[in-house]
Design a protein around this ligand. Structure first.
Ligand SMILES: Cc1cc2nc3c(=O)[nH]c(=O)nc-3n(C[C@H](O)[C@H](O)[C@H](O)COP(=O)(O)O)c2cc1C
Length: 456
């Protein structure tokens, strides 16, 4: 098989008091200035030095408070208690860099398509065509309550609504043709060609939006669409819309199977599988030597507190585990009622070997709240690069979403040690190929469709 040479690297960020590891704010090297723009601009500069393609923020519209209907524990222990809006952070990071792509998560369940289309199109213009939108349907009732609703809608219905939502957003993004702007100040003056700006007139079952859209196209056409559905319905959605797809898997073998399946689903949706990049989230813990890296991992393992896991599982699954003893199995009805991340629920049931796992099964099998909830590539630069190469050359992925164990140190280590090793092996670019995110990811620039037609 031909050796692959264009690994994609994405940084997995949080506009929060912590990294992906919720306990990371306790890490002795974590910088406590996470409420300042400079914190995120410094990370952006480090990532650009490491030639990362994209820095991406996840999001949730509530703090974890489902476990025992209690927000005090989250606040007291800093269990993802702070969550800022990511657009101002992305803007600051974009202005501090020239090539790094900047992506953020906005929900199709709690926002309006016009608002999301306008926000990301504006960001894309302000940072020169480097923006991406992670399309999520959100996870839990706390988010619903913060956004004026009483409960989180059922899983598959969320994706039905999301299909319309994204169709509407893309419709707006396609409604200004590339050469619509004229800005000719001579006699009389023509600002833009009205024949090249179209009204959407979108009328779906769940969403309506008239237009015309108020933001012209950016250098890359429109923001890159990210998706990370893992359930059957979620993967179908990702295959239909995602240009960059985040797929969670624990081992090389399961990654290879899922990668193949996802690429086939993209082809079945009538799209070019090579125009979709697939990347799993992983942690990298790297040191000058393998022993130093293991010591670093031991420090990380000591950070999590017992409160973290059940609070975070409640948030992710939209289920209150406080009604059960640790070894008291959930009922089948309770399992069916889990409306958050169903893929995780199903994975725990499968690995526990029972349709009704206990809270302890969920804690031990998900490893939520610790670095071990994702694959951990730990060791010297050579060790980490070896594992990354095995997954990448083994067709389990097109790149990685590198989560930080602590900020900003984890990205400084990765850029200092792992990036040069990947570049030396010729699997990762030495410099950015272009100026837009699409050029750097090798994704095609979408042609403005002009007057979009509904396809649902
Ligand atoms: C790398 C990665 C990042 C994600 N970021 C978010 C996020 O920011 N907000 C969110 O609500 N869900 C996020 N998700 C969850 C997915 O959108 C999706 O809901 C989840 O993988 C479960 O799949 P399902 O919705 O098909 O059940 C993320 C998933 C992955 C793998």
């Amino acid at each position: 098989m031909t050796r692959r040479t264009d690994m994609t690297l994405i940084a997995f960020l949080q506009a929060q008091n912590c990294s992906n590891l919720p306990a990371s704010w306790r890490h002795p090297e974590a910088m406590p200035d996470f409420l300042t723009a400079e914190h995120y601009m410094r990370i952006a500069r480090t990532l650009e030095e490491g030639k990362f393609h994209l820095a991406f923020f996840d999001d949730r519209l509530a703090m974890p408070d489902i476990y025992g209907d209690d927000y005090r524990t989250s606040v007291k222990y800093g269990i993802r208690a702070v969550k800022m809006d990511l657009i101002p952070l992305l803007t600051a990071m974009g202005l501090a860099t020239r090539h790094l792509g900047l992506g953020g998560t906005y929900s199709t369940t709690y926002y309006e398509p016009f608002h999301v289309a306008r926000t990301f199109a504006t960001l894309d213009l302000m940072i020169g065509g480097r923006a991406a939108w992670n399309v999520v349907t959100s996870l839990n009732d706390s988010e619903a309550l913060n956004m004026g609703q009483t409960e989180h809608p059922p899983h598959d219905l969320r994706y039905d609504r999301a299909d319309e939502f994204i169709e509407c957003v893309l419709g707006h993004w396609h409604s200004w043709e590339d050469d619509a702007l004229v800005v000719d100040r001579r006699a009389g003056g023509v600002f833009a060609d009205p024949d090249k700006v179209h009204r959407l007139d979108y009328e779906g079952r769940y969403f309506r939006s008239r237009g015309p859209f108020t933001v012209p196209r950016s250098a890359q056409g429109h923001p890159v669409v990210i998706q990370a559905g893992q359930s059957g319905r979620g993967k179908q959605f990702a295959a239909r819309w995602g240009e960059l797809v985040f797929a969670s898997y624990k081992t090389l073998a399961s990654g290879q199977a899922q990668y193949k399946e996802l690429k086939a689903a993209v082809a079945a949706a009538g799209r070019d599988p090579d125009a979709v990049r697939i990347a799993p989230p992983v942690y990298a813990v790297v040191g000058e030597t393998r022993a130093i890296a293991r010591d670093k991992l031991a420090v990380l393992d000591a950070l999590a507190q017992p409160e973290d896991a059940l609070s975070l599982l409640g948030e992710l699954l939209n289920f209150d585990f406080s009604r059960h003893g640790l070894d008291d199995p959930l009922t089948e009805g309770e399992m069916a009622s889990i409306s958050g991340q169903q893929a995780l629920r199903d994975c725990v049931a499968k690995e526990a070997g029972t349709p009704t796992p206990t809270p302890r099964h969920f804690i031990e099998l998900s490893k939520r709240g610790t670095v071990h909830e994702m694959p951990v590539f730990c060791g010297s630069a050579t060790d980490v690069a070896d594992e990354m190469e095995a997954w990448y050359q083994g067709h389990a992925c097109d790149g990685f979403v590198v989560a930080a164990t602590h900020r900003p140190g984890a990205y400084e280590d990765f850029t200092r040690y792992v990036v040069p090793e990947l570049q030396r092996r010729g699997v990762y670019h030495k410099d950015y190929k272009g100026t837009t995110l699409r050029e750097n990811l090798g994704l095609p620039r979408p042609v403005a469709r002009g007057t979009p037609k509904r396809t649902i």
